[in-house]
Ligand binder design. Sequence first.
Ligand code: AMP
Length: 216
Amino acid sequence: MAQKNLILLGPPGAGKGTQAKELSARLGLPHISTGDMLREAVREGTELGLKAKAVMESGGLVSDELLTGIVKERLARPDCVGGVILDGYPRNLAQAAILDGILSALGKDGARALELEVADEAIVSRLGGRRSCPACGAVYNLASSPPERAGRCDRCGAALVQRDDDKEEVIRERLRVYHEKTAPLSDLYRRRGCLATVDGGQNPEGVLAALVKAVG
Ligand code: AMP
């Protein structure tokens, strides 16, 4: 059976993380989020985390070199044999070329991209209301999916936090970086005939159904 090496594309706050988790469960493929890996490194205070912290807080992109090692190591693990769902990587054209090289060096199939389309204004209001659980990783939105008890995680009861990079001025910077650096990836995968675009503005169930259909 062909591998399903899938890349979720779309602006920050488009729902890539949420959809990646759902798709991961449906398709039985590991969800690989470079943002989660970097946040973990920052929490643990590793060398990678120390290097990445300030850039992440400003809304910029961590250097390609820092990402290459962790992505290569992750994709080489046995659970990736049937495919993967990449969320947040690649983030620019250089990383797309690096990913091509990693997949081919590991003897894997090329990647296909699934793009979630969401307007900038919708992103600003979505991300401004996003809260996450630092203990178990659950994600809430004050407007569309609030926790049952204000400020507390439904699953584990920990106090919810707003990510530093979900503050409004940082969101605007992340969107600027997205349009400049990441959006060109859609054209790249479209030209290769490896892009499916889905309306990310609909409810999460609708988005998931459209993604599952696109994956085939
Ligand atoms: P995310 O959770 O995917 O929005 O990522 C949060 C932050 O981590 C981003 O704003 C970047 O600073 C950094 N980051 C995550 N993935 C990458 C990547 N592939 N390349 C560079 N920086 C990244």
